[in-house]
Write a protein that binds this ligand. Structure first.
Ligand code: GLC
Ligand code: CA
Length: 587
């Protein structure tokens, strides 16, 4: 915030505000107003700095009424599971009324719930029950575009002089049958769609059914900020900002530069600099942050920020820390191969390149093949998944995970075009097979349809569900699910993992990724991950010396090899193939 008040006055004010908030708000809001989790009894950080955020694709999590489509009541019924996993917040991908062309990302009403997923009462029940489980709810906020069925667009397309005409991006073509310029949709082919009635074209960065809003029109911002207030008033703890990079387009409307080669849709590759991350985005983010900051409790803004260098990512936090709290860092999670040097450098950058801001690591979401398949070698997938989880939860980062990641769910990519549901998979087949593979039903148990539904689910359950499911993995102490539970619990209870700085070590020549978490007081913790199929025995004496940490042995906190002893010599840390060891440093 940019209000000019002295620090003392400001802390007094926040104290008063906090007291007022706690005194006047209903139970759920009190949960939101609580300070950060205080498991180690010391932190005063906001909750999101230590959070585990769990992304739910509501269509695929749990069906409660037997129509093969997941719903809000289904999620409410599974809160106990999420709490036992250690989840602090759930991000729900869009649940608003939608023609479902892009499975909810084409919104026709921002202030209601799609009947497929339930009612507003179901939503309020979910927020309330989640609060009882100490879980916050985050909504997906799609600012860039609406559905072409949204009343705003219906009005806008109705005539050239409709008051909402300028809410979207309408332009004359270059000539008969020719769009205004060469801009392409991210989802294939021209980004312009012709409207015969008014003889103009509208711009859509995504599907033609997702017309882009014109963020240069102040009425658009006003209308969307009303949407934000609507949900903040209903107790949501923040938003994940969809497609935030594409809010603005260059008003010159010049052609984009063409690059060599073609994309998965057969279109020539383009440089997107006239439609991607225009500086105006930052003004909207600052205004939005002011708005969320004005609400009691800490509300968080997460950004869908696919940026390929740390400098650009750093800008998303805002020069005065007044934009996004958590732009997602895709530098680490989408390396897509277990390259120890890449991982070390990207993790190091998150430490040094973000101006001290909090990184948000992510490996999986509803738009990308699951990390299980992107990193797995087909032999050691489970061990590799444990390595990735360790990077996600035992570094200093806020952790963003995706349902089923904790089980090792497979990416179930369709093998026949006629089975594809995601339109980009139909348009792009066979080079782009769409995103159905990573959106399959959650695997709860080994019953029919994996316990997701009594009816045939909207997408098929991957074959592996008979063993990869919550019920079976809960029973097996060394399962991936139990690894997630233990890691998350340790991240909360261990002082160093909760609050410590992150010192990234260089063991590239050993093919080992290792780091030390060092708290202000008390024992530091060493984390070591073997990036190879060869067993290792390593000394970390040199690393301790270089970092002025005294230590002779390690007290084991967590290890993927169950035969490892409760203590370990600092000179001979044992790692099995793709093994993980986490130990407290003692002397
Ligand atoms: C984001 C969403 C994706 C959606 C697109 C358009 O990238 O994550 O699923 O298709 O925006 O809204
Ligand atoms: Ca249902």
């Amino acid at each position: 915030m940019t209000r000019k008040i002295t620090p003392l006055l400001s802390s007094l004010l926040s104290l008063l505000l906090a007291i007022a908030a706690i005194a006047t708000l209903p139970a759920q809001a009190q949960v939101l107003a609580r300070p950060g989790w205080a498991g180690s009894g010391v932190t005063v950080d906001p909750w999101w700095k230590h959070a585990v955020i769990y992304e739910i694709y509501p269509r695929s999590f749990q069906d409660s009424n037997g129509d093969g489509i997941g719903d809000l009541k289904g999620i409410t019924g599974r809160l106990g599971y999420l709490q036992s996993l250690g989840v602090d917040a759930i991000w729900l991908t869009p649940i608003y009324p939608s023609p479902q062309v892009d499975f909810g990302y084409d919104i026709s009403n921002y202030e209601a719930i799609d009947p497929q997923y339930g009612t507003m009462d179901d939503f309020e029940e979910l927020v309330k029950e989640a609060g009882r489980h100490n879980i916050r709810i985050l909504m997906d906020l799609v600012l860039n575009h609406t559905s072409d069925q949204h009343p705003w667009f219906k009005e806008s397309e109705s005539s050239l002089n409709n008051p909402k005409r300028d809410w979207y991006i309408w332009r004359d073509g270059k000539g008969p049958g020719q769009p205004p310029n060469n801009w392409q949709s991210l989802f294939g082919h021209s980004a312009w769609k012709y409207d015969a009635k008014t003889n103009q074209w509208y711009y859509h960065k995504f599907y033609p059914q997702q017309p882009d809003l014109n963020w240069r029109n102040p009425e658009v911002q006003k209308a969307m900020f009303d949407v934000v207030r609507f949900w903040l008033n209903r107790g949501v703890a923040g938003f994940r900002l969809d497609a935030i990079q594409t809010l603005f387009e260059d008003p010159s409307l010049q052609d984009e530069k063409l690059l060599p080669g073609t994309n998965d849709y057969g279109d020539p590759n383009q440089d997107d600099s006239l439609t991607d991350y225009l500086p105006e985005v930052h003004n909207v983010l600052r205004d939005l942050r002011k708005l969320t900051n004005s609400y009691p409790g800490t509300r968080v803004l997460i950004g869908e920020t696919y940026l390929n260098n740390v400098g650009d990512l750093a800008k998303m936090y805002g020069p005065k820390n007044d934009e996004l709290q958590l732009p997602m860092d895709t530098q680490v999670g989408f390396i897509n191969k277990l390259d120890v040097t890449e991982f070390r450098e990207r993790l190091q950058e998150a430490e040094t390149g973000l101006d001290g801001n909090q990184p948000l690591l992510v490996f999986d979401n509803h738009d990308n093949p699951r990390s299980w398949n992107r990193y797995g070698d087909g032999v050691h997938n489970e061990a590799i998944a444990k390595v990735l989880a360790t990077i996600l939860f035992a570094t200093r980062s806020t952790a963003l995970m995706y349902y089923g990641q904790e089980l090792g769910m497979d990416t179930n990519t369709p093998t026949r075009k006629e089975d594809v549901k995601d339109p980009i998979g139909i348009l792009g087949w066979p080079r782009e097979k769409g995103r159905d593979g990573e959106r399959t039903p959650m695997q709860w148990d080994e019953s029919n349809y994996a316990g997701f539904s009594t009816a045939r689910p909207w997408l098929p359950v991957p074959a592996s569900y008979k063993t990869v499911n919550v019920a079976d993995e809960s029973k097996s102490p060394n399962s991936l699910l139990n690894w997630y539970k233990q890691l998350i619990a340790l991240r909360r209870s261990n002082h160093a993992l909760h609050d410590g700085t992150n010192i990234v070590l260089n063991h590239d020549s050993d093919n080992v990724l290792a780091w030390i978490r060092r708290p202000a007081t008390g024992a530091a913790v060493l984390v070591a991950c073997n990036f190879s199929a060869t067993p290792k025995s390593l000394s970390f004496k040199q690393d301790l010396r270089q970092n002025h940490i005294r230590g002779a042995f390690l007290r084991t906190l967590l290890r993927s090899d169950p035969s490892i002893q409760p203590t370990m010599d600092i000179d001979a840390v044992q790692l099995q193939p793709f093994g993980v060891y986490i130990g407290e440093i003692h002397f």
